[in-house]
Design a protein around this ligand. Sequence first.
Ligand code: SF4
Length: 440
Amino acid sequence: MDQLTEKITTIKRHLKEEFLTDTRPWVVTFSGGKDSTTVLHLVVDMLLEMKKEGIVQTKKVYVVSSDTGVEMPLIEDYAGNKLDQIRKFAEKENLDIHVEKLSPKVTESFWTLLLGKGYPSPNQTFRWCTDRMKIRPATTFLKGLSDQNISILMLLGVRSDESASRAASIERRDDNFRGYSMHPDIPNAFVYSPIKDWTNAEVWTFLSKYPAPWGKHDDMMVLYDKGSGEGDCNVALNPEAATCGKTRFGCWVCTVVTKDKSMDNMLKNPEDQWMKPLHNFRNLLEDYRDPESGKRQPRRRNGQKSIGPFKLQTRKELLEKLLETEQKLKLELAGKTLIKDEEIIQIQEEWLNDGDFFESAIKLAKSYGRNVPYQSVKAFNQDEQEYIDSLCHEHNINKELIDHIMQCEHSYRHHSIRAKAFGEFETIIERFAKGQLNEI
Ligand code: SF4
């Protein structure tokens, strides 16, 4: 028996012993990458062997995957297909496997925070995205599961030979006699890494030699060939996950990395060139974050003088560019959208708080063929909007100017002394006269 075959046999035997020892459900965190696929493959093999031996599966296995809503389209398709294959296979074989896709709440999605609230595109110092889009949804799910079942066991695809820091972090773990360590944040959740001693080569040999029970690994190999970033983004609350943003399977909007190597590499393939507009949009997000870009407010939301969120005008511009990109890629996206209806609605709600009473987000979406069902009680109703339009027309006043003045007035709604607003009105009018309204 060669060394790898021996490792596989030992792990499966160990997994089986552990599986039968208690009733706590298992959670396999699945990113679609090679390491988490290997762990899931081993677990499913073990379940099938038990089934053959007539052993009844006494506990559930959850396959948990994260969907940020801004995954790279190729990865989104690949992961979606894999999860479907696994779900169907489990049904066919009558295995107690539950596939769960975890997504952020609409109020915490990437677009709501960036375009709605104006959060600057994330970077290393203000990396708000990982927590909102990955950690919070996973924590909610895992805490709930742990509460219902008293305890859970999470199986992770982390390995010591991934990097020195990964090895150190595995080394630091305080494993119990069963090889489990406590999850640092989820009460009563234990963590176990069955392949922590596997080398990269062993993982690849395993995946090439043995097709997964639910289907071949060929499509994953193709994806790995296309990109050549480092690490595997094991997303669902893995306490030892590769630094998010340096991973192969990151979000297409990721500005945490200064250069999106994964996308860069994909764009070298002629068949993936269509993603160029996505890359351009991502680069725009990076440029606009720059405090010198003039795209951000000169004060924070709490009034403190410092570089603040994206200006409302910038957010409108970015939403328009996003919708334009979506329209350009209509064919390639094959019915998918880059931003969901409920996100556009949420963005509109956020913009209303910033004084956008003309429902610009909804109107912009409509102009790009998106009919977003929206009914607001806060915005001007149709009659009021038409009345303002007619007044502007009658007095030959630019509506955009009025819009800006109203937003400015609205920003003073909580101030007891509003004298400063007049100074700002003058600045707006002055800029308008100079044709610099967009710079406000
Ligand atoms: S991949 Fe980038 S954008 Fe996505 S959550 Fe991670 S750091 Fe944020």
